[in-house]
Design a protein around this ligand. Structure first.
Ligand code: GDP
Length: 315
């Protein structure tokens, strides 16, 4: 599929794993990753974009495999000194990571778009895919809990997802516009498939779908829209996806993932541990190993998804 292009919708860690596999099996320039910016926030005067940065570090071969976030070979002088000064230290910022936040904040203040800045960083990191924020407009994920509404990073990092979640809202989404580069990729004549990465549906993919026009672009797409389930053996590989599903009273299974995406997907990729659910899912299903431990696993899942997409395509 040399002239064909693929769009992947992604959050952070789980999504970036498949995005990396896709970049490695697709020709250069064939992949656009549209990334959630609902987690973005201003902290210490800096604009921080956790999912975009995880994507950049992962695709650029710079990610920290032990932490699962941030950069490899990181140093922490800034954080140590900040602590001795009595500064806020609940959100960890490594020295190298900090440089990206400082430079992004400076360039945004100088009037550059987030899309341009991220594209430039991706190029400097040697990334062969287009990495695109879902929107230039601020959309901020807010988590509803019994104790009130929390800003996303307050819930996710400061409180380590401990409060029971009763709902999620995306402040600013109604007035947001999809990033032109995302719309262009999703409407390109060359588009062969849209992949919803195995990201948290509620916290990573829903914010993207909340941007006006995004959901319609997926519903109306003439190419297969395929989600990869973030559950393996009806459990989340990492993070709060399963906890949130239980708190929302949703069945903890890929069936609920299919139901959640019912309006937008044409097909679902299920882990082999969930093969028994295939018959209960109302869209075409492809069963394969979806647990990505090695680089080879990421590439193999990418091949499985692309092969499935080719079989689903009419032409
Ligand atoms: P975050 O924004 O950093 O939390 O990352 P994402 O939302 O992109 O990804 C979190 C989701 O990825 C969780 O629901 C995990 O279950 C899922 N996940 C992580 N690794 C894997 C994997 O290897 N295979 C599958 N199928 N899902 C994964």
């Amino acid at each position: 599929m040399s002239a064909r292009t693929i769009v992947a919708l992604s959050g952070g860690i789980g999504g970036a794993k498949l995005a990396l596999g896709l970049t490695r099996v697709l020709p250069p320039g064939a992949l656009t990753v549209v990334v959630n910016t609902g987690d973005d926030f201003e902290h210490l005067g800096l604009m921080i974009c956790p999912d975009l940065d995880t994507t950049l570090y992962t695709l650029g071969g710079l990610a920290n495999p032990e932490l699962g976030w941030g950069r490899a070979d990181e140093t922490w002088t800034f954080m140590r000194v900040l602590e001795t000064l009595g500064g806020e230290s609940w959100f960890r910022l490594g020295d190298g990571d900090l440089a990206l936040h400082v430079e992004r904040t400076r360039r945004l203040a100088a009037g550059e778009s987030l899309t341009t800045i991220i594209a430039d960083v991706a190029r400097r990191f040697g990334i062969g895919a287009a990495v695109v924020p879902m929107s230039e407009s601020p959309v901020r994920t807010r988590v509803l809990t019994a104790a009130g509404e929390l800003a996303f990073q307050d819930y996710f990092v400061r409180q380590r997802c401990a409060p029971a979640l009763t709902g999620v809202r995306f402040a600013g989404a109604d007035a947001a516009r999809a990033a032109p580069a995302a719309v262009e990729a999703l409407t390109a004549d060359s588009l062969a498939a849209i992949v919803i990465c195995p990201s948290n549906p509620y916290l990573s993919i829903d914010p993207i779908l909340a941007v006006p026009g995004m959901r319609q672009l997926l519903e109306q797409a003439r190419v297969p829209v395929i989600a990869v389930s973030p559950l393996v053996g009806s459990r989340a590989v990492k993070g709060p996806t399963a906890k949130i599903m239980q708190e929302l009273g949703v069945e903890l299974s890929a069936r609920a993932i299919a139901a959640h995406y019912a309006d937008v997907i044409d097909a679902l990729v299920l882990d082999e541990a969930d093969a028994g659910l295939a018959a209960h899912i109302p869209v075409p299903v492809h069963v394969c190993k979806t647990l990505m431990v090695s680089l080879g696993d990421r590439e193999q899942l990418a091949r499985e998804v692309l092969g499935f997409a080719s079989r689903l395509s009419p032409g």
